[in-house]
Design a binder for this molecule. Sequence first.
Ligand code: NDP
Length: 299
Amino acid sequence: MTERLRVGFAGLGAIGRPIAVHLARRHDLAVWNRTSARAEAFAGEHGARRVETPRELAQGRDVVFTCLPNTPEVEAVLRGPDGMEAGLSAGAILVDLTSGIPEGSRAIAARLGRSGVGFVDAPVSGGTAGAEAGTLTIMVGGKGADVGRVRPLLEAFGRTIVHVGPVGAGHALKAVHNALIAVHLCALGEALTGLARAGVAPRPALEVINAANGRSFVSERLVPERVLTRAWPRTFRLALLDKDVRIACDMMAGLGLEHPVIGTAGRLLGEARAELGEEADHVEIIKRHERLAGLELVG
Ligand code: NDP
């Protein structure tokens, strides 16, 4: 049986909330959220304690999780008189589930390390459904000892947990992984609208693609379940995918590497974000392909 720990969780958004539910079942959980009504509702529903500030969240906790849009938001909740950093004690570990910026995480880890606080970047993949089912894939960056200590907590909501390197490695892998999803989305949007104009309907086109070798998670699951049905559920904001691809592009550019494919996907996502807004789901980028081709991918 896993040891019951004092755990803090900041960021009860689309993916943070279902992850926190698993932690609340196994640990003594305190929660903080920028919009406090969300934390209040969560605390009432799942037997957690709502705290007023990030500082209070960190006080007396063994492990604190952050699940925020990006690294600047993590920095914002760490700093200041009411920030988490003022509450974290030596020996505690901050686990950042955010899909963040490798360099920014290395800076945070170095700063926390001077106070004896550990840092692990542990971004996740598998979507809100994976978070609810507790089957996420988690890519972890950090020191072996820190990763070893938090692994039992990650097992509460992850099925595949891989230690991929030092601090920042998880964030690097997550950005590139999501850049691949963006490339697949853009490529399939282009391919299926082109085929529809050429007289091949999307359903039989996908039947062939998914039985043959052009398939991806986007062709096997996202497009059949969300586009062809016109369901368009909102589970992962396009703005967040745009952010991930930007992190990947910045990383490649910083390494002096050309990245024309990822770069193009990033440009298309940026255009779609401007057109569809901050709340649109990532799959909705395909609406743009539909508009440009003058058709809808139904079937
Ligand atoms: P949401 O936009 O649904 O939620 C964001 C959370 O961050 C909310 O709790 C929000 O608080 C909080 N927040 C936003 N800005 C600030 C700020 N300036 N200061 C403090 N808190 C802030 O995002 P997701 O939950 O979808 O994503 C969280 C992270 O997980 C992102 O890095 C994302 O890329 C990643 N991710 C998401 C997946 C998904 O399927 N949704 C899948 C895998 C990774 P408030 O309630 O006040 O708005």
